[in-house]
Design a protein around this ligand. Structure first.
Ligand code: KMH
Ligand code: ZN
Length: 297
């Protein structure tokens, strides 16, 4: 009599089920973005938060050496006051490029709460390869509101199209994905779109796995995405799913519970370790440019 319990021989690839498994498309390499500075986080939160030009270079270098392909950049005055001043951006970007010539620098157009649209847009005059485009208005703690009206988003999107800047579409909630898709259809945002899910900010969506699944399932099929802020619980999910990851002091100053990161590089290195364990390779800046379709400068 035939043995019904006989175990079929394993396929050559561990875990593959011959008849049912689809051949998986090879995953793109993982793009790690380091948001090294932010506008709100202070040295009181972590003494390694950079304010000066030299400190920004130190932090960018540590992140790039650890595996970051993109530096998401805010700039500060030497006393820590956030600024969107074009010349300060130029000074910091030039200094970073001197040490890290290949890295993609993605200036913020979000700036800090209370800044005007034109003040925020100043770094786009430097024609960076990428810049942030915040896709909706958000309660930002206490009485603060981070204002991005539909007209603001259109204005920023049009500026980026004119200058060939790829927007990093920062979405703090699912409704902001809807805003981006609607404004893409009206011609204010070019495709393929790159989203960054900034998750777990009070006023926005939470940072649980179910929130991530909801966000991830809501973007167009031809788009790419990264996940940030609640990056450590969610990085593994994004790595497995083929998404990308953002880390950095702007979002989180801790390496693990109660342990401050000594540098942005330490945060990047943690993602690199996770990716290695999960079998995902890390993108160089050149590979990140190819994945994101950035225009050569
Ligand atoms: N600082 C926040 C108000 C961005 O970089 O575009 C906005 C922000 C988003 O950080
Ligand atoms: Zn930012």
């Amino acid at each position: 009599m035939e043995d019904v319990h006989e175990v079929p021989p394993p396929d050559e690839e561990q875990g593959a089920v011959k008849s049912t498994a689809k051949k998986q498309k090879k995953m793109e390499k993982l793009i790690i973005t380091a948001a090294i500075c932010g506008a709100e986080v202070l040295k009181e939160h972590n003494p390694a938060v950079p304010y000066t030009v030299a400190e920004c270079v130190r932090e960018a270098k540590s992140a790039v050496e650890a595996g970051a392909a993109i530096i998401h950049l805010h700039v500060r005055m030497d006393d820590g006051t956030p600024t969107q001043d074009k010349s300060r951006f130029k000074e910091v970007m030039d200094a970073i490029r001197k040490e890290c010539p290949d890295v993609i620098i993605q200036p913020s157009t979000g700036g800090a709460v209370g800044m005007t649209d034109d003040e925020r847009l100043q770094p786009t005059e430097l024609n960076p390869e990428m810049a942030t485009l915040d896709c909706g208005t958000l309660n930002f703690g206490g009485d603060e509101i981070f204002v991005n009206t539909e007209n603001t988003i259109k204005y920023f999107g049009d500026r980026m199209i004119e200058r060939g800047i790829k927007p990093e579409l920062e979405v703090f909630d699912k409704s902001m994905i809807e805003n981006a898709i609607r404004l893409h259809k009206k011609g204010h945002i070019a495709a393929p779109m790159h989203f960054d899910f900034v998750m777990g900010v009070g006023g926005g969506i939470g940072g649980d796995l179910r929130d991530f699944v909801f966000m991830r399932g809501s973007i167009p099929a031809d788009s790419t995405y990264g996940v940030g802020r609640c990056e450590f619980p969610l990085a593994a999910a994004a790595i497995i799913d083929g998404g990308h990851v953002r880390v950095g002091f702007e979002d989180n100053v801790y390496l693990s519970k109660g342990v401050l990161a000594k540098s942005n590089g330490e945060l990047v290195a943690k993602v690199v370790r996770l990716a290695k364990e999960l079998g995902r390779e890390i993108a160089t800046p050149a590979e990140a440019r190819a994945i994101l379709g950035l225009k050569a400068r």
